[in-house]
Design a protein around this ligand. Structure first.
Ligand code: AMP
Length: 420
C-alpha cells in the first residue's frame, strides 16, 4: 500500500472522499469549518505535486435531491480556504460531472454535488411504500446494491487514483467510501493525511500501548458504550467509568440513586462488567461522590453526596471532589490515555468542574510524556470548551467511526484500501 507522502500525483486526477458535512445556520453560513480544514493538507499535497482533485462528500441526510443540502452552499468557503476557484458539478454523476472531471487541468479542483442525493451512495432503498412486503423490501435492496456498484464505478471513472480522507464515515460501507476502491489497483488507492493520522492515533493506543493505559468512559448511558467497554477491558490497566452510567452501576450494587439517570435493563450487565474487570485484573474505578441537583438545570439547587446515597428528588450531574482527586491521580500516572464521554453535564457551567478536572489531569499527563487520545462528539466539544484541545496528543474527528474502531471492529473504509 502506498502512503500519500510516497505517491507522486503529478499529472494525475485524484478522487478524494472527504467528510465536509459541516454545520450551517439558517442563512446557509458555515458555523464550524473544522471538517473542511481537516482535509486541506491532503488536497493541497495533491495540487502541489501537480495533480488535480475531484472532491466527493456527503452532506446531511437527504432522502432525495434537496436544495438546502446542496454543496453549492459551501463551495465559496472551500474556494476561499484553498485559495482558488473550485469548479462545481450539479450532479455527482452524469455528463456534466464526467466532462468537467475529464477537462481538469493540474492544480484544478472540482467539487461534486452531494453524493447522498443518490440512494446508491448508501445502498439503501428509498421511497418504499409503507405496506411493502418483506419480499419487496429484499428485492428493492438487491436492486439498489446492484446499482450501487455502477454508481461507484462511475465515480471511479473520473480519476486515476482514489484517496479516502473521510474517517467520519469509515464505518459505513458506502459507494464512495468502500465500493469505489475495487476499481483501483493497490498502488492507486490510499489514505489521506487525516485518515492516516486517525488510524495511527487509534493504533498507537490499542496496539503500541505504553503502560499504564487508562481509559475514561463517560457520557449519558452505558448502553451506547458496551462494545467499547468490553473491548477495553481486554486492553487497559485502569478503566474509569463516570458520567450518567455511574448510577446504573451504583443501583446494580444496591445503592440509592434518587432521580439520577439509570438504565434498569442494564443492571446485570453492570455487574458482569465489574466481574470481567476483576477476572482481567483491570482496576475499574467508579465515582464515589457526586455533585447532585434538585432538577436537571444549571440553576438547580446543588449539594454533594455519595453516589449510592442520593436522596429522592435529587440527581447526580457531576462527579464530586473525592472522585475528581482519585481519577486525577490515576490519570496523571498513566502513559496512554483514552477519553470518551464527559464525566458530568459539562454543558451546564455549574456541573462542568469534574470534566475540567479530568481534562486538566490528561493535559498534565501529556506534558509528562503520555499519549492521549480524545474522541466522541461531546468529548471534543468539552475539551474545546476548556480551550485544552491543543494540549492533548490527538483529538479525533470521528464519532461512530472512532467508537467502532475502538470496539475492535474492522471499518469498511479502511479495509477497502489496505485489505484488512
Ligand atoms: P455521550 O454522547 O454518551 O458521550 O453522552 C454525552 C452526554 O452525557 C453529555 O451531553 C453530558 O451532558 C451527558 N452526561 C454526563 N454526565 C451525566 C449525568 N450524570 N447525567 C446525565 N447526563 C450526563
Amino acid at each position: 500500500m502506498q502512503t500519500i507522502d510516497q505517491f507522486d500525483f503529478s499529472g494525475k486526477k485524484a478522487f478524494v472522499r472527504v467528510d465536509f458535512n459541516v454545520p450551517l445556520d439558517e442563512q446557509f453560513n458555515i458555523t464550524d469549518d473544522t471538517r473542511i480544514r481537516a482535509s486541506l493538507p491532503t488536497i493541497n499535497k495533491i495540487l502541489k505535486d501537480g495533480g488535480s482533485v475531484i472532491i466527493g462528500t456527503h452532506f446531511g441526510r437527504p432522502k432525495k435531491v434537496d436544495d438546502s443540502l446542496s454543496l453549492k452552499h459551501i463551495l465559496p468557503r472551500i474556494s476561499e480556504l484553498l485559495g482558488l476557484d473550485v469548479l462545481f458539478a450539479n450532479d455527482a454523476v452524469g455528463e456534466e460531472a464526467a466532462t468537467k472531471a475529464a477537462g481538469l487541468n493540474p492544480g484544478e479542483v472540482l467539487l461534486l454535488e452531494n453524493l447522498r442525493f443518490h440512494a446508491e451512495e448508501e445502498g439503501k432503498p428509498r421511497n418504499l411504500p409503507e405496506n411493502a412486503t418483506e419480499k419487496e423490501i429484499a428485492s428493492a435492496k438487491r436492486a439498489i446494491q446492484e446499482s450501487q456498484k455502477d454508481f461507484a464505478k462511475k465515480l471511479a471513472s473520473y480519476a486515476d487514483v482514489y484517496v479516502n480522507d473521510a474517517f467520519g464515515t469509515a464505518h459505513r460501507a458506502h459507494a464512495s467510501t468502500t465500493f469505489i476502491a475495487v476499481y483501483f489497483d493497490r498502488d492507486h488507492k490510499l489514505f489521506g493525511y487525516l485518515m492516516q493520522n486517525e488510524i495511527n492515533a487509534v493504533e498507537k493506543v490499542l496496539k503500541n500501548t505504553q503502560r499504564p493505559f487508562t481509559a475514561i468512559m463517560g457520557g449519558a448511558k452505558v448502553s451506547s458504550k458496551i462494545g467499547i467497554i468490553n473491548n477495553l477491558l481486554d486492553k487497559v490497566d485502569n478503566l474509569i467509568l463516570a458520567g450518567g452510567m455511574t448510577y446504573t452501576f451504583a443501583k446494580a450494587f444496591g445503592g440509592k440513586i434518587g432521580n439520577s439517570i439509570v438504565e434498569d435493563d442494564k443492571l446485570e450487565l453492570a455487574k458482569e462488567l465489574v466481574e470481567k474487570a476483576k477476572v482481567n485484573g483491570v482496576k475499574l474505578m467508579l465515582g464515589t461522590d457526586a455533585k447532585i441537583a434538585d432538577s436537571f438545570s444549571n440553576d438547580a439547587k446543588t449539594a454533594y453526596a455519595p453516589v449510592n446515597e442520593i436522596p429522592d428528588g435529587w440527581e447526580g450531574l457531576d462527579i464530586g471532589p473525592k472522585s475528581e482527586a482519585s481519577f486525577a491521580e490515576v490519570i496523571k500516572n498513566s502513559k496512554t490515555i483514552l477519553w470518551n464521554g464527559p464525566p458530568g453535564v459539562f454543558e451546564f457551567e455549574n456541573f462542568e468542574h469534574g470534566s475540567r478536572a479530568v481534562a486538566e489531569a490528561i493535559v498534565a499527563a501529556t506534558e509528562k510524556g503520555a499519549y492521549s487520545l480524545i474522541g466522541g462528539g461531546d468529548t471534543v466539544a468539552c475539551i474545546n470548551k476548556f480551550g485544552l484541545a491543543d494540549k492533548v496528543s490527538y483529538v479525533s474527528t470521528g464519532g461512530g467511526a472512532l467508537l467502532e474502531f475502538m470496539e475492535g471492529k474492522e471499518l469498511p473504509g479502511i479495509k477497502a484500501i489496505r485489505g484488512y
